[in-house]
Design a protein around this ligand. Structure first.
Ligand SMILES: CC(C)(COP(=O)(O)OP(=O)(O)OC[C@H]1O[C@@H](n2cnc3c(N)ncnc32)[C@H](O)[C@@H]1OP(=O)(O)O)[C@@H](O)C(=O)NCCC(=O)NCCS
Length: 196
């Protein structure tokens, strides 16, 4: 089966515009990831988080072309005119195109938590994955101490498929990783939109 890996597109949701990340986003990525509460539950982000860290991340995920392995969007607030506004988070699909699967990752600026934005963004990214690309499987791991992330995945149709106890040593804590997955045939495209 030939992989289908189209160029990244801007995605619109009720309250958000997910636009491709660019190298110009380094400063806002630093702003979002400088907060320890944001990075402590991410899989790899360092703390303190520097401009060099942001540039390394952006160089990796903004590569275009058919050999791209990731789709990564800036989560932005939608302006009244429907354009991309303030950059408040990131969401990505990190693909393995030999096997047509991708790992999902996301984060939101601390002051934006609790508004349903992660769920709204993930629904849009899942829709892109299963309608525009050849991906057949999406998966994500979250630390069990971070149930909000598990809830986001669950609301988007992901199901639990395992637990890896003591999987990561992160900032001095041993962390258990819960594994979630969504297969193309399990996906319900008619799921209600996340926004009110
Ligand atoms: C995890 C994260 C993306 C969630 O973003 P968000 O926009 O606040 O998420 P949403 O509002 O869409 O949904 C959060 C859900 O978790 C629930 N929740 C929040 N805290 C919770 C807790 N301690 N226990 C259980 N559920 C919790 C909320 O009530 C909501 O569910 P509901 O709609 O059924 O009420 C955000 O907290 C974040 O960026 N964290 C830091 C980075 C991170 O952890 N990334 C994920 C790595 S796997």
């Amino acid at each position: 089966m030939e992989p289908l890996i189209p160029d990244i597109e801007t995605l619109q949701t009720g309250r958000l515009v997910l636009r491709p990340l660019t190298m110009n986003d380094a400063e806002s990525v630093v702003r979002i990831c400088s907060n320890f509460e944001v990075v402590r539950n991410m899989l790899t982000a360092p703390h303190p988080y520097t401009l060099a860290d942001a540039e390394t991340f952006l160089r990796k995920v903004t590569a275009q072309g058919h050999d791209r392995d990731s789709y990564v969007w800036a989560i932005t607030r939608r302006t009244p005119r429907g354009d991309a506004g303030e950059h408040i988070g990131t969401i990505g699909l990190h693909g393995n195109w030999t096997h047509h699967h991708a790992e999902v990752g996301y984060c939101l600026a601390r002051h934006e938590w609790g508004n349903g934005f992660a769920t709204e963004s993930l629904r849009a990214a899942v829709h892109f994955a299963f309608t525009r690309t050849s991906l057949v499987r999406l998966h994500a791991g979250y630390y069990t101490r971070n149930p909000a992330s598990g809830r986001v995945l669950q609301k988007c149709g992901f199901t639990h498929e395992g637990l890896r106890p003591r999987m990561y040593l992160r900032f001095g804590d041993w962390l258990d990783l819960a594994l979630m997955r969504l297969l193309r045939e399990e996906w319900n495209p008619a799921a209600p939109p996340a926004s009110p």
